[in-house]
Design a protein around this ligand. Structure first.
Ligand code: NAP
Length: 421
């Protein structure tokens, strides 16, 4: 038997990740107490997560020198009753830095938090010859640790790595511990969190044009390390990269934005079976929940009430994964809402010329009665669609050609080796 021990594991991606490497026997094992489980030794190999990475050490018969150096074990192998402990987070993080082409050498590195993961990050940063490594944390325990209130002493640092769980699912809306604006020398930031794919903190980095990376590659790379220990093998890097891309594609929501009648629902519905994602049309969901049509919501309750229903709906769906979402044309006006959708979403702009849209009859569109309305909306919203989009499609001509093109570009996005996140 193989699996993951820890607490609050219901939303763990580990069984899926290990299945990608070919291990279908990998289980989630929630434990309030580890002693009976570890003494019984009825497993071949396990991973260990919060809060047991240090607590398992006294149960081991042998510990790998690297795990001993870090003081934290995330992998245990049972070899004929002898429990051997390893740390594959270190190598996972190293591979992640290499994959994202992040160079630590001679850089000033600020680590946020001082728990188990922070120890691994600090050791690796020193091994990779960082110029300085300090931790900013709420409870200072060792040298080179500073209280978060003193963060302004490090505004000239070049790399920041967050190891706290701030902004992690289900607390996606938590306010980051500090803003990145005063850090004027940053070459990149990394958040070890991978759910959501982009925390609020990473989204701030993106908005400041700072290269920003999440912990997803590290997750898959440490799983490869454990898998290789479990089965005494060496999985090639190409398979790690392929599995990372698969997981990233599965976790990402495809979010269609664009003017009314630009074809968002049509494209989302046609792509749903190709990407095997759960389809949501936000306007139809709002109508279903309200029990009346959108035209009637606008007529009886006004636009403000509609926008509130829209926001409430997005608050219910933005934290989920593997969805294909057709949005209402006006959502783009609300940057707070767009930031929620971006946490797990790839924003796809269907850029259809208003003249093309007007070839069809306008019906049931509360804010668009005629051509003038459409041109007015295009002028106001066009730059916003552009600003928020990860991928833009200029739509002209035959839809079947476009579906193939849209599918191709999205697949290209997910297989691209060096994209951020
Ligand atoms: P941990 O040992 O519990 O450490 C958490 C750290 O965050 C501690 O320093 C803690 O400070 C700090 N912290 C928590 N809440 C805070 C708050 N509200 N304000 C300020 N500081 C706060 O956990 P860990 O094992 O290091 O893991 C930390 C994060 O890294 C988790 O999100 C985990 O999912 C992620 N991680 C990712 C990977 C990957 O493969 N991507 C691998 C390992 C870990 P106190 O000590 O004061 O509580």
């Amino acid at each position: 038997m193989y699996g993951l021990i820890g607490r609050q594991l219901t939303h763990s991606f580990s069984p899926y990740v290990h299945s990608l490497f070919g291990n279908a026997q990998y289980r989630i094992i929630e434990l309030d107490d580890i002693s009976a489980f570890l003494n019984h030794k009825s497993f071949r190999g396990i991973n260990v997560t919060i809060p047991y990475k240090e607590a398992v050490i006294p149960f081991l018969g042998a510990i790998d020198p690297l795990a001993e150096r870090i003081g934290s074990v995330n992998t245990i192998i049972n070899e004929n009753g002898l429990l051997k402990g390893y740390n594959t987070d270190y190598q996972g993080l190293k591979l992640s830095l290499e994959y994202h082409k992040i160079s630590i050498e001679n850089k000033k590195v600020l680590i946020v938090g001082n728990g188990g993961a922070a120890k691994t990050v600090a050791l690796l940063a020193r091994d990779l010859h960082a110029d300085r490594v300090v931790k900013a944390c709420r409870s200072v325990r060792e040298t080179n640790e500073y209280p978060l209130q003193d963060i302004n002493r490090f505004h000239d640092f070049e790399i920041i790595i967050n190891t706290t769980p701030i902004g992690m699912y289900p607390h996606n809306s938590d306010t980051p511990l500090f803003s990145l604006k005063p850090f004027t020398h940053l070459t990149c930031v990394m958040d070890l969190i991978y759910n959501p794919l982009k925390t609020k903190w990473l989204l701030e980095a993106e908005s400041l044009n700072i290269p920003a990376y999440n912990g997803l590659y590290m997750l898959v790379a440490q799983a490869k390390g454990s898998h290789d220990r479990f089965f005494h093998k060496e999985t090639p890097l190409s398979e790690l990269n392929k599995n990372y891309n698969k997981l990233r594609a599965k976790m990402t929501n495809l979010v269609f934005v664009g003017l009314p009648m630009s074809g968002k629902s049509l494209y989302a519905r046609r792509l749903e079976p190709l990407f095997r994602k759960h389809y949501i049309d936000t306007d139809r969901e709002i109508e279903k929940n309200a029990g009346i049509s959108i035209v009637d919501i606008f007529r009886t309750q006004g636009e403000k009430a509609f926008r509130k229903l829209e926001f409430d709906l997005i608050k219910n769906v933005y934290r989920s994964h593997n969805q294909i979402i057709s949005t209402g044309g006006g959502m783009i006006m609300n940057s707070e809402l767009m930031d929620l959708l971006k946490q797990n979403g790839l924003i796809i702009y269907l850029d259809k010329d208003p003249a093309e849209i007007l070839k069809h009859q306008i019906r049931n569109r509360p804010l668009m009665q005629n051509a003038d309305d459409l041109y007015r909306l295009a002028e106001i919203r066009g730059p916003l669609y552009q600003k928020h989009a990860d991928i833009t499609f200029k739509l002209t001509g035959d839809i079947t050609v476009h579906i193939q093109e849209v599918e191709r570009k999205i697949n290209e996005y997910f297989s691209h080796k060096r994209t951020q996140h």
